[in-house]
Design a protein around this ligand. Structure first.
Ligand code: AMP
Ligand code: MG
Length: 393
């Protein structure tokens, strides 16, 4: 049985980045930038006012200024200003030649239509957004690998992009295995249970930018599993749940072998999710996730999620922080644990309380938690008050 870190290395060594596609920016929210974006021009394109007020020269020590015109946003005042002159300027208006600062309207008093008293002298550069202050021409404003957020959409528009290069979305085929598993629109009978794993996995794939291909439920029969895996081979990844433990009817590994697939590991020293299997047929990555819903969620989080990010060339930076364990915890030595827990910020410290029932069949442990406490292989008894690592999920 290999350790989590070794398993992760094997997985990553087998991931290939997907090619990219160019799409209108309107369709790009949530996709991953597949190339750096630079600006073809300075932003702002020239010096502009950041306030409504009066553009003046800061060296002009007059108290009363003649208001010689207006600079509205989008329309530059026609000539250069001279001593004793001010231009009424609006936020976003171009700074007239001869002016080097803006006195905000609150620091002025209008004496007549054409005259203004400056109550507080300006200093050079005051209330001016300088040319290129935000973005200099030909510099990178957005790095490859970023997930496109609404603000990034705004930035793409700001630099005048109508289209953007994004990574292809990985196609992820999802299969639930098990004679007892039925669809949620079927009638429960003794011994059957609804297929929860499809919904966990499809939601997670969607949140990671992948496209779900639903392949349904198959029985614990090698031929059925082989057929469904073959159908999944037009996808980039196949996720199967169930059928990878040590039982007589856990047949996923046999199906994979009979299809001449490569099994790269089967079993990882972790809880939950110990029986997890990872293999390949050609370039298609195949994960056999243990059937218990908690194992499905946690193994996806730890193994599949980073893979889907990497395929899209996306930045992956899980939020891991130090927290204080709120109750004693006992674990098996030799296994890395991912303990479902509720973590809270109180008085400047994160505190983390493990959910009472850590059985991998109890999906409520995930629903009631917001984090995974990560306990390393060598740990055994962890006392309340110990500092531990948690990963927000
Ligand atoms: P297995 O890994 O096939 O031995 O399954 C382990 C446990 O997870 C069993 O109790 C299964 O009934 C349950 N299970 C397997 N697949 C699903 C599924 N799709 N939805 C909910 N529970 C499942
Ligand atoms: Mg099963």
């Amino acid at each position: 049985m290999i350790k989590v870190d070794e398993a992760l290395k094997i997985v990553f060594d087998n991931v290939k980045e997907l090619p990219s596609d160019t799409i209108p920016i309107e369709l790009s929210l949530g996709r991953i930038l597949s190339a750096d974006i630079s600006a073809d021009f300075d932003i702002p394109a020239c010096d502009i006012s950041s306030m409504d007020g009066y553009a003046v020269n800061s060296e002009d020590k007059s108290k009363i200024f003649n208001v010689v015109g207006e600079s509205k946003a989008g329309e530059k005042f026609v000539r250069s200003i001279s001593s004793g002159e001010a231009v009424n300027i609006m936020t976003g208006g171009i700074i007239p030649d001869g002016a080097d600062s803006v006195v905000m309207v609150e620091h002025t008093k209008l004496i007549s239509v054409a005259q203004v008293e400056i109550l507080k002298a300006s200093i050079k550069g005051e209330n001016i957004r300088c040319q290129g202050e935000e973005v200099k021409q030909n510099t990178v404003v957005l790095r490859k690998g970023k997930k496109i957020t609404p603000e990034i959409l705004g930035m793409l528009a700001r630099v005048g992009r109508t289209e953007v290069a994004v990574s292809y979305q990985p196609q992820v085929a999802i299969v639930s295995t098990g004679n007892e598993i039925i669809n949620i629109d079927e009638i429960l009978s003794e011994g059957t249970i609804f297929d929860a794993n499809y919904y966990i996995l499809s939601g997670m794939v969607d949140m990671c930018g992948g496209q779900v291909v639903r392949l349904g439920i198959v029985r614990d029969e090698v031929e059925e599993i082989k057929t469904v895996i073959s159908r999944g081979l037009s996808s980039d990844v196949i996720l199967l749940s169930g059928g990878v433990s040590a039982g007589k009817y856990d047949l996923v590994h046999i199906a994979l072998e009979e299809l001449s697939g490569t099994i790269l590991f089967h079993k990882v020293a972790q809880r939950p999710g110990k029986p997890v299997l990872f293999g390949k047929i050609n370039d298609v990555l195949i994960f056999g996730l243990p059937g218990n819903p908690v194992s499905v969620a946690v193994t996806f989080e730890n193994f599949v999620k980073p893979v889907l990010y990497k395929m899209q060339g996306a930045e992956y930076s899980p939020l891991i922080v130090e927290a204080v364990l709120e109750k004693d915890f006992v674990k098996d030595k030799g296994l890395k644990y991912f303990v479902r827990a509720k973590t809270e910020w109180r008085d400047g410290v994160f505190y983390s309380m493990p959910y009472d029932n850590q059985s991998s069949g109890v999906l409520r442990s995930c629903v009631e938690s917001n984090s995974l406490i990560i306990l390393d292989e060598e740990q055994e008894f962890i006392k309340a008050g110990t500092k531990i690592k948690i990963k927000y999920v």
